[in-house]
Ligand binder design. Structure first.
Ligand code: CAO
Length: 420
């Protein structure tokens, strides 16, 4: 079967997490992704957080599936010429170097356009134009600068970062969408363009509802925040809201049977207005259906914590899976807090290819997260990440059409050797 992005060739000059997640997605959608790496070391993540000595880390393998790897010293004169040829041969160049690094390699936008006017140059940077545009940025810096940390955590605690990599993988997703849109526009215009996804902007986009609340706060207290019911006054910025739902239907994380010993014996419970009556019956509070203090969503806002404590008395008598089994037929929205161990072992995620076991020649089998986007006409087969420089010769000959003697010349020049 064909693939959605078949025929699209990506020059992947990304490293660490944000850029690689973007190009991995494009590879899963069918693009030919050529990962260009520094000779000797390659992407720094190959050797970071290693669990097996001298073997590509899970950090690297889980972010670089379905790609080919070429090593090239892009600061070497011959290396620069090879790089130019690759720019000519590809549709998209994706990079997430620190600001200015690409230009220092000679790849200014003007030079790229001279080489290939159809080229799409896609970049992740920490910040867009402004006071911080020259800064290097990692995940948690973006979470802090994009509004996630100030709005995550409990009211009486410090700002918190989340485990979801919204700065890196989130921005990778944004960039992938920008690339696909630019490819689509190029169909009409014949021209490439620059696509920029700053991590701060990506995180802020994902925190959109918190900027909504910032503006609502100017008109009065945020009544759906449990802080309101607890009588704690609001300040002038959107506060941290613990496990409040963030939407119009109140929710909270509640203890389930076994919570004393199992750190994940919890369920997220939403008191959706439409099923309020069923919730009352379920937890043994049928009188709340008619009680004017509880009967309407507005009446409940000042007693949300009391309501959740009462529901928790019921959830504590059930496992999180029993809560699911009982609540789902009643239409009560609940979700178990699943550990990574439970997710890794979940048969339905294995069946859909979202959790996949992949074999690797050096590390053996390992688990990874497959493509989370399912296209009915573009199936995804998750293939292992490439070894460093595994496809250098293949790319020089197949993609650039170089002869064996030309490849030998490049090798003799030192352009494939370690960067000095
Ligand atoms: N041949 C020769 N040189 C190479 C090369 C190659 N194949 N590949 C990379 N290099 C060089 C670069 O040219 C650069 O050299 P100069 O600074 O001398 O021009 C150097 O390697 C390092 O690149 P870098 O500055 O991007 O890398 P870093 O480790 O210092 O910083 C990071 C890493 C992530 C902080 C920075 O790249 C960055 O801010 N990127 C943008 C934001 C981003 O994506 N952050 C998310 C990372 S995931 O958490």
């Amino acid at each position: 079967m064909s693939k959605a992005l078949e025929g699209v060739r990506i020059l992947d000059m990304t490293h660490v997490q944000s850029g690689p997640t973007c190009t991995q997605l494009l590879a899963w959608l069918g693009a030919d992704v050529i990962k260009l790496e520094r000779p000797g070391t390659g992407d720094a993540t190959r050797s970071q957080l290693r669990d097996i000595p001298d073997v590509d880390s899970l950090y690297f393998t889980m972010l670089n599936h379905n790609k080919r790897s070429i090593t090239l010293n892009t600061k070497h004169e011959t290396g620069k010429r090879v790089l130019d040829r690759l720019v000519e041969a590809c549709d998209v160049l994706v990079e997430n170097f620190a600001p200015g690094a690409l230009e220092r390699m000679g790849l200014t936008w003007e030079h790229i356009q001279e080489l290939n006017p159809r080229m799409i140059l896609a970049s992740v940077k920490g910040f867009g134009p402004g006071p911080y545009e020259d800064c290097k940025v990692y995940e948690n810096v973006a979470q802090c600068a994009g509004g996630a940390a100030s709005t995550t955590g409990f009211l009486d605690g410090p700002p918190l970062v989340t485990g979801a990599q919204i700065g890196d993988s989130g921005t990778g997703l944004h960039l992938a969408l920008g690339i696909v849109a630019a490819l689509f526009q190029r169909e009409r215009t014949g021209r490439g363009q620059k696509v920029l996804a700053p991590m701060q902007d990506g995180v802020l986009n994902l925190c959109r509802v918190k900027l909504r609340d910032q503006q609502r706060l100017e008109r009065g207290p945020l009544k759906e925040y449990s802080q309101y019911g607890r009588g704690i006054p609001f300040g002038d910025a959107t506060p941290r809201a613990g496990n409040d739902s963030g939407g119009g239907q109140p929710g909270w994380i509640l203890k389930c049977k076994g919570w004393e010993t199992d750190p994940n014996a919890y369920v997220y419970f939403i008191t959706q207005a439409a099923v309020w009556g069923k919730i009352c019956d379920l937890i043994g509070k049928p009188e709340w259906k008619e009680d004017p203090g509880y009967a309407t969503p507005d009446a409940r806002l000042d007693k949300l914590m009391h309501i959740f404590e009462t529901i928790e008395e019921w959830t504590k008598t059930k496992t999180k899976f029993e809560v699911m089994e009982i609540c789902n037929p009643l239409g009560i929205p609940v979700g178990p807090v699943l550990s990574m161990k439970e997710l890794a072992e979940e048969p339905s995620l294995r069946a859909t290819g979202t959790v996949v076991e992949v074999d690797h020649p050096e590390r053996g089998p390992y688990l990874t997260v497959g493509c989370p986007i399912k296209l009915s006409d573009s199936p995804v087969e998750v293939k292992r990440s490439p070894l460093l420089g595994e496809h250098t010769d293949e790319i020089l000959s197949q993609v650039l059409g170089l002869s064996e003697s030309e490849i030998a010349e490049i090798k003799a020049s030192g352009a494939l050797g370690e960067v000095g």
